[in-house]
Design a protein around this ligand. Structure first.
Ligand code: TYM
Length: 332
């Protein structure tokens, strides 16, 4: 059996990296897999979230998923906190994963920064919750951007250790699906840094809610170098901004990098940026219009999430019971 699971945090605005690296691939996978898409509000609170803002962001992310083409009737869309199995299994995994494994997680080091002593325990244990998200449904395939690769390796390690420790084969060894030409969209201000919600500069990212003028302005202001655009992949050496902008173009247009190099190689950045801005607006504005329409009807969004949570609980319940039996929790 094949089952897709993926998650996204409801922290602030979704950006082009989330769309090209993840959610657009989710939409494509719906035709071939049973899919479970989770808005991970419990992961969000590993760093401080204003409660009202968290609720609003949860609805906004749900709206943006549906607007991008996720079909909540055929697949499951819900927020994590509403299915208790995530927390229950995460606790079991806290007892399976080793301190040494988590100490190697680069995302914790980046997020905690120099002030490790003051990071929440949840931020440290974050990857165990992520493993629980996936394995609670025995998901087999997990579409993510490149930055989540290490967390999925840990998920595989946890599944393997649990299966070994308890001499069973309950958990599948998940396959990461890192798809497309834009698996790691970089900041528009610095081609060596990931495009991220937490970058203090709003000019560094294209948000899914930016209007056409803002998108065009951000692309116009994107960092470049003085050379013309390269004609082949080798020409990207030492030119991360050129690579980033050209791969964004390829991903948005659904074409290979070679085709972009063939079309714009040797052109000036200014000419290319204009074309890129037009393309980005053309591709994103229908999604944005739909998102605004959905956001005007929070009752509908809440209904989708409520229904999704009920279906997720129904899938998770027998698996959680099986896990409890294996661990030795008495279900009297
Ligand atoms: P999050 O919310 O940071 O990001 C959601 C998805 O977007 C991808 N992504 C990117 N892809 C390409 N370029 C970028 N600049 C970029 N930034 C973000 C991420 O790789 C991700 O696929 N821990 C996860 C959420 C999660 C999860 C899970 C994912 C929780 N449980 C279980 C898969 C399975 C996270 O923080 O994603």
């Amino acid at each position: 059996m094949h089952r897709v699971f993926s998650g996204i945090q409801p922290t602030g605005n979704l950006h082009l990296g989330n769309y090209l690296g993840a959610t657009r691939n989710w939409v494509a996978l719906q035709a071939d897999f049973e899919c479970i898409f989770c808005i991970v509000d419990m992961h969000a609170i590993t760093v401080w979230q204003d409660p009202e803002q968290l609720r609003a962001s949860t609805r906004e992310v749900a709206a943006s998923l549906i607007a991008a083409g996720v079909d909540p009737r055929r697949h499951v869309v819900f927020n994590q906190s509403q299915v208790p199995g995530h927390a229950e299994l995460a606790w079991i995994f806290n007892c399976v994963a080793r301190m040494g494994w988590l100490n190697r997680m680069t995302q914790f080091k980046e997020k905690a920064g120099k002030n490790k002593e003051n990071a929440s325990v949840g931020l440290f244990a974050y990857p165990n919750l992520m493993a629980a998200d996936i394995l609670l449904y025995k998901a087999t395939h997990v579409p993510v951007g490149d930055d989540q690769k290490q967390h999925l390796e840990l998920t595989r390690d946890i599944a393997q250790k649990f299966n070994n420790d308890f001499k069973c084969d309950i958990f599948p060894i998940v396959e990461p699906l890192i798809l497309g030409v834009a698996t790691r969209v970089m900041s528009l201000r610095d081609g060596t840094k990931k495009m991220s919600k937490s970058d203090p500069s709003d000019l560094s990212r294209i948000n899914m809610i930016d209007d056409a003028d803002t998108i065009a302005k951000k692309i116009r202001k994107a960092k470049t170098d003085p050379e013309d655009l390269p004609v082949s992949e080798e020409g990207f050496a030492g030119r991360p901004e050129a690579r980033n902008l050209m791969s964004i173009y390829a991903a948005l247009d659904g074409i290979e990098m070679d085709a972009v190099l063939g079309r714009f190689g040797g052109a000036q950045f200014s000419t290319f940026k204009q074309e890129l801005a037009d393309l980005a607006v053309a591709k994103l504005s229908p999604i944005q219009d739909e998102m605004r329409r959905l956001m005007a009807d929070p009752g509908y969004i809440d209904g989708v999430l409520r229904d999704g949570a009920a279906r997720a609980r129904a899938i998770a319940a027998p698996i959680m019971a099986e896990i409890q039996d294996i661990v030795g929790f008495l279900r009297a």
